[in-house]
Design a protein around this ligand. Structure first.
Ligand SMILES: [Fe+2]
Length: 233
């Protein structure tokens, strides 16, 4: 009897450990990994200061990722999805607005950091340059459109260069909205025009920030990569 009792206890302990392991593995599976900045915090200086990038990436962006992980924990059906899948899965759900906002902001910020690079900006080369000529009337016309989208976005949001139904277009979104949820649009580049992106460096002069980003930071290699994947996919 006592041997059987020990066996039962051992079995129960083993079962409890297995359950805990599964729970841990599910939690780990559900979590969105910590965001990654593709360069040092000071790499965009003086266009965007290390202080701005430090706060923007370390507090705002990280905060959105933390919020996603906190909210996903109470949505079993969404656990295991990656960020892009979470954005798409929550976009039309009125009861999941908070999760959509956090996930879309996390995704948009990943895309924003990749849209910038030290010593970037200026005229692009490659397929994107040809497409800008064909669809938007040339680099200067594109630059004007992107500048206007950045400045005229009322309140917080994003300016975007996208492929829309096969053609380049410049567009803007409010708050956390993202072209990712629009089946006819594929984002190529973005500029964050929330005040937290520029206020420390440019105060209220959003136009100066947008111009500096376009002229000195846009990562046209990233746009070319996104354009190529759009053509292939
Ligand atoms: Fe931001």
């Amino acid at each position: 009897m006592s041997d059987a009792g020990i066996d039962r206890r051992q079995l129960l302990t083993a079962a409890a450990m297995a359950t805990a392991a599964i729970a841990t593995s599910k939690t780990a599976e559900a979590s969105i990994p910590a965001p990654r900045l593709p360069y040092a915090e000071g790499a965009l200086d003086p266009v965007i200061s290390a202080r701005t990038v430090g706060l923007h990436f370390g507090k705002h962006h990280q905060g959105y990722v933390d919020k996603v992980n906190e909210l996903v924990a109470s949505h079993k059906e969404l656990q295991g999805k990656n960020l892009e899948q979470l954005v798409k899965a929550t976009a039309q759900s009125a009861d999941k607005t908070a999760l959509f906002n956090a996930a879309a902001q996390a995704w948009n910020h990943d895309f924003y950091w990749a849209s910038l690079r030290p010593k970037g900006g200026g005229k692009p080369t490659g397929a994107i340059a040809t497409k800008i000529e064909q669809d938007l009337g040339g680099y200067d016309a594109m630059k004007k459109l992107l500048q206007e989208a950045s400045v005229f976005q009322f309140g917080s949001g994003w300016a975007w260069l996208v492929v829309r139904d096969g053609k380049l277009a410049v567009t803007k979104t409010s708050n956390a909205e993202t072209p990712l949820t629009n089946p006819s649009e594929k984002p190529l580049l973005t500029i964050d025009v929330w005040e937290h992106a520029y206020y420390l460096d440019y105060q209220n002069k959003r136009a100066d920030y947008a111009k500096a980003v376009i002229d000195k930071l846009l990562n046209w290699d990233f746009a070319n990569q996104n354009l190529a994947s759009n053509v292939q996919g």
